[in-house]
Design a binder for this molecule. Sequence first.
Ligand code: ATP
Ligand code: MG
Length: 412
Amino acid sequence: MEPLQPARGTRDIIGDDQRRHGHVIGTARTSAALYGFDEWSTPIFEDTRVFARTLGDTSDVVTKEMYTFADRGGDSLTLRPENTAGICRALVTGGLTQSLPQKVFYAGPMFRYERPQKGRYRQFHQIGAELIGAPEPLADAEVIALGWDILGALGLAADVTLELNTLGDTPSRDAYRAALVAYFTERAADLSADSRDRLARNPLRILDSKDAGDRSLIAGAPTIAAYLTDAARGFYEAVQNNLARLGVPFIENPRIVRGLDYYSHTAFEVVSTKLGAQGTVMAGGRYDGLVAEMGGPPTPAVGWAAGVERLAMLLESAPAAPRAVAVIPLGEAVEGAALAVMQSLRRAGLRAEMAYRGNLKRRMERANRIGARAAVILGEDELARGVGAVKDLATGVQTDVPLDDIARVLAL
Ligand code: ATP
Ligand code: MG
């Protein structure tokens, strides 16, 4: 029989890959806790309306990328393409709009029907943070500072750039949209088919186009700066001042828009030049309209999501697995004592393993193969004396240590 393969765009995460992956998530979780963000887990599939209603009819995610299916009961369900909508749904479901602000961290798999390539998968993972219920620009800055600190804790601060923009308030955006429509309508013949379509439905999204021809037109397009209301400009300046006070470096990039339709004011991306076309590792912004679209009261919110696979690729090296102590009993009579030693090592927080079979030579070979740092050799002679032979596998030095003392000695 031909062996089965993982579905297109999905991958197994094993060994070094898993250590990188786990390191990204573990590091993010620790930083999030320091900023007062609590972790939420929402379902991996939701009622399709959770996404269709909120991500906007014109977003790429809704029009092209969702895994939507009818289940056996006939309900339309969708594998979550992102987690912000699910978090807002959960906020409303749990009645938590009455206890704001809520500071939420999440980590988990997302699903998008995309053309797979390096750094772009159909099942991928995101970490993310949402600060819900705070309209102040300080909230935007703190959420971004959390993201920046996670990248710093991962050792990536020198490899990435934080790019900041504002999408303004509704009047700013309406005026800007009209200016963009005028600009691109004059040049519609040179736009890609996708962007001509966006011109009618969601002109801001043209700025996000990856088409090379579009990019050169975009370079000459008007920016939002001239269309900002005083209030929107003041908000943007306050975000920038607070980022400076929090020690977060950024550059302004007026071309940044968000792929989803529910954003206002702050929009930002963190990009790396080391990942080719898939260079965006983190992206987010303010989405004051989303909770209301989910059936809750009008609720301001700001957040970001980051791609775990892309961050894992940027890590210099995989964090090493802790090195084991190999416990080696010589004969069945000492197996009981060996198991007891092994458990005492584990209780002392040490990784300990015992090869299941083989003579001393075979078992020492296995100890070296797993990269063990030490071996505890137990023969009948040692057992009679109440000791084990502890061998340092780096130096080869071997010492007899009383059985009760082995864990303490190796933990030093
Ligand atoms: P892109 O422009 O690369 O398609 P996006 O705007 O669709 O990204 P977001 O919805 O903002 O991405 O998701 C946040 C982050 O999640 C991205 O910056 C990226 O790091 C990661 N991400 C998004 N889609 C994928 C994917 N298919 N595979 C791997 N990572 C992804
Ligand atoms: Mg995308």
